[in-house]
Design a protein around this ligand. Structure first.
Ligand code: ATP
Length: 369
């Protein structure tokens, strides 16, 4: 059992850089929590404070209700897996995995049992005699995981463990780590700046920017209901489209005016925008590529929700195609069926599914509805 409670944690480095501010979070036992955000936003600093590798400047850290600010790293029963694996090159896989246990003077028989069990979980049984240089990147990463597993820690911390692997191996290891979490039934805190890892691996995501938490929720909730433009743009591939629109009211309905088109805003959302004083003001309309369309029923049924633009580029991804279309001076990305044929430079129509649109305040970037 291990839950973590971070209460108003802050870290200011000796040079005066405040890397993390007012960071409060409860991590439940057996949760797979992802910290995600752009480079330099403070993810590693949070992880290192949890591990006890970095002193906490302000705030409190609890493991299972026990305050641990002043508990040494080695006494926290936490294991950390690093980006660069940090394996000992002169030791075999077995000895790399056994190293920490030997230091703790665990009996040899017990060490063997733990290492073999970890090797079985990670499919390393046939590689135990090899040296790290005789392994592939994925195998090395598994050894690094193995070294953490043998200690049977209550909490696993992982700092971008897949960033040195090629794309195919990353996908494979993503699944392996998610399975590992199910198998071990322990608490995982995982740092990444890769939004695909964030979306697919964890039970909850914490999105960070400039040392501050922007949003904490399940991957799907964050994807569907981002609290601000930063989160909306950061999670999802391709990123959300943002377009400046003017909110107007005509005959009791609320519209978003874009170029010379009027896009009807669904009643409830329109009402909120009106009540919050956004009529006759510009806001940012946010819409994902899959909620725009280039053909089919939707365009036929809702010609009023379609705009004309020019196709600048088509990106074929196999199961789907993305069209990059210039509308009103802005490029938007539209997910279309691979069967839809269009030439670069051609005029195309783009349908807006307004029930999926977001509206952001231009200055604060906050999601209004
Ligand atoms: P990345 O994804 O690039 O690893 P990150 O989100 O993990 O970034 P941190 O490594 O936590 O970010 O760094 C947060 C901020 O603190 C950055 O501005 C960084 O330059 C600064 N920082 C990190 N370590 C130190 C240090 N030891 N001394 C001074 N400043 C530091």
């Amino acid at each position: 059992m291990a839950s973590l409670y971070l209460k108003n944690l802050a870290k200011t480095y000796p040079g005066g850089v405040t890397a993390v501010r007012d960071f409060s979070l409860e991590i439940k036992d057996q949760e797979f929590l992802i910290l995600v955000g752009p480079s330099g936003c403070g993810k590693t600093t949070v992880l290192r404070m949890i591990a006890g590798l970095e002193e906490i400047s302000a705030g409190e850290l609890y493991i299972d209700d026990r305050p641990v600010n002043d508990v040494a790293a080695k006494d926290r029963n936490i294991a950390m897996v690093f980006q660069n694996y940090a394996l000992y090159p002169h030791l075999s896989v077995y000895d790399n995995m056994a190293f920490g246990l030997t230091l703790r003077k665990m009996p040899k028989a017990e060490i063997r049992k733990n290492v073999q069990e970890a090797a079985r979980i990670l499919a390393l049984e046939d590689l135990l005699e090899r040296k790290p240089k005789e392994l592939s990147g994925g195998q090395r990463q598994r050894v690094a995981l193995g070294r953490a597993i043998v200690r049977k820690p209550e909490v696993f911390l992982m700092d971008e463990p897949l960033s040195n692997l090629d794309a195919q191996l990353r996908t494979q290891m993503r699944i392996e780590i998610a399975k590992l979490h199910k198998n071990l039934q322990t608490t995982f805190v995982y740092v990444t700046h890769d939004q695909t890892e964030a979306m697919t691996m964890g039970t909850r995501i914490v999105v960070m920017k400039d040392g501050l938490i922007q949003q904490i929720d399940s991957p799907q909730s964050i994807y569907d209901h981002p609290v601000n433009m930063f989160v909306a743009g950061f999670l999802g591939s391709p990123g959300m489209n943002f377009l400046e629109v003017l909110m107007i009211e005509q005959k009791g309905c609320i519209f978003a005016k874009l170029a010379d088109a009027l896009l009807l805003v669904p009643a409830a959302g329109g009402q909120t925008l009106k009540e919050q004083g956004y009529l006759d003001r510009k806001v940012v309309l946010g819409i994902r590529a899959e909620h725009l369309c280039g053909s089919g029923d939707f365009l036929d049924r809702h010609p009023e929700c379609a705009l004309r633009g020019r196709l600048e580029f088509s990106e074929l991804r196999g199961a789907e195609t993305y069209h990059y279309v210039r509308i009103d001076g802005r490029e938007v990305v539209v997910r279309v069926s691979p069967e839809l044929r269009a030439e670069t430079g051609q005029e195309v129509r783009v349908g807006f599914n307004m029930s999926k649109a977001h509206f952001f305040d231009q200055e604060s970037g906050v999601n209004i509805i």
